[in-house]
Ligand binder design. Structure first.
Ligand SMILES: *[C@@H]1O[C@H](CO)[C@@H](O)[C@H](O)[C@H]1NC(C)=O
Ligand SMILES: *[C@@H]1O[C@H](CO)[C@@H](O)[C@H](O)[C@H]1NC(C)=O
Ligand SMILES: *[C@@H]1O[C@H](CO)[C@@H](O)[C@H](O)[C@H]1NC(C)=O
Ligand SMILES: *[C@@H]1O[C@H](CO)[C@@H](O)[C@H](O)[C@H]1NC(C)=O
Length: 292
């Protein structure tokens, strides 16, 4: 004789199969790539996830790859949002979002603008969340005739803002020009107050966890603390997340999220920028536990 409990148990898988829901129980993972890369760079991450959580649906959004990743941030946010919505619609139990480098800012914008995003954990993998200011290989590739001291000249105007890296270029020595001309990060962080801040904060706060991953040997994100929401002051001294004005004023919800106990920081030395998504130590210590 079957007990009622057993009858229910035996029916569950069938019911789930019929409704097309994954029976392995892992939420789908949506991945947004960074500057100059694309789905190809996330094959290892795909393997890692499916090794520990077999059957997980992992979707690397194939948009704005390689050189197209220089398109304006708001344009990319629109494109990624559409692809994101299509995936989320088929995931009644929600999803996780893992976003690398520049992709971390695209994801945060997407989360701020989506009233019903169903994202549980948002993993920001070495993203310049508080902006970027440094002489790096990437800068040389995009603007070979400029160094960090002069980039503000090309970035802080309407034409410059059509280049993704200018949208989060944060020159601590030209703060007023940043506040005036930046059309992306200054709005996303509420550095320049605007009418949608409250709605964006509420949307963003619908995530259950924020995981910030980064470290001192990154070599691209500058200062590397930007991956943990720290940034330079006008003397190029690091001001940690908790002392940032956007944090103290809770302009986009970070303080509330942290007070809720839902911000998790992960720091690793010895990891270069392009290794974050392919390093198993990083995966097992900072990422794995969130993807259930
Ligand atoms: C981007 O670059 C990779 C590696 O060079 C290449 O395999 C891929 O096809 C490119 N993607 C697009 C959309 O051009
Ligand atoms: C933060 O709050 C202070 C005091 O209310 C205000 O003067 C300042 O403009 C705010 N800054 C931002 C970025 O919201
Ligand atoms: C920068 O350094 C100067 C000289 O050491 C100091 O007077 C000033 O207060 C510092 N500014 C900031 C923002 O820390
Ligand atoms: C992987 O991460 C570990 C732990 O932080 C680090 O020591 C190691 O150098 C990394 N390896 C690579 C290839 O990035």
């Amino acid at each position: 004789m079957k007990t009622p409990q057993m009858i229910r148990d035996s029916r569950v898988p069938l019911l789930l199969l019929l409704t097309g829901v994954c029976i392995n129980g892992y939420k789908p993972v949506i991945i947004v790539h960074g500057l100059f890369d694309g789905p190809k760079e996330f094959k290892t991450m795909f393997r890692f996830i499916n090794k520990v959580h077999p059957g997980t649906e992992v979707k690397v959004i194939d948009l704005y790859d390689n050189l197209s990743s220089l398109e304006p941030m708001w344009v990319q946010v629109q494109g990624f949002s559409k692809a994101f919505d299509d995936i989320v619609q088929k995931a009644p139990d929600g999803v996780h979002l893992l976003c690398f480098s520049q992709g971390g800012l695209i994801c945060r914008a997407l989360l701020s603008m989506a009233p019903d995003h169903k994202v549980h954990t948002f993993i920001s993998l070495s993203s310049p969340q508080a902006g970027q200011y440094g002489n790096t290989e990437y800068l040389k590739r995009v603007l070979p005739d400029f160094v960090k001291k002069t980039v503000f000249r090309i970035c802080y105007n309407r034409v410059g803002q059509k280049l993704s890296i200018c949208d989060y270029w944060n020159d601590p020595h030209h703060r007023s020009r940043y506040l005036q001309s930046n059309s992306f990060l200054a709005l996303l962080n509420g550095d320049r107050p605007h009418g949608k801040m409250k709605a964006w904060r509420e949307n963003f706060l619908r995530i259950k966890n924020l995981v910030l991953i980064g470290g001192p040997d990154d070599g691209v994100i500058t200062p590397w603390q930007s991956s943990h929401f720290g940034f330079y002051d006008s003397n190029e001294t690091i001001v940690e997340m908790g002392n940032q004005e956007f944090y103290r004023n809770d302009t986009f919800g970070l303080k509330t999220l942290n007070a809720r106990g839902d911000v998790s920081m992960c720091l690793h030395s010895g990891v270069k920028h392009v290794q974050w998504h392919s390093n198993y130590t990083v995966f097992s210590s900072c990422i794995e536990k969130w993807l259930t």
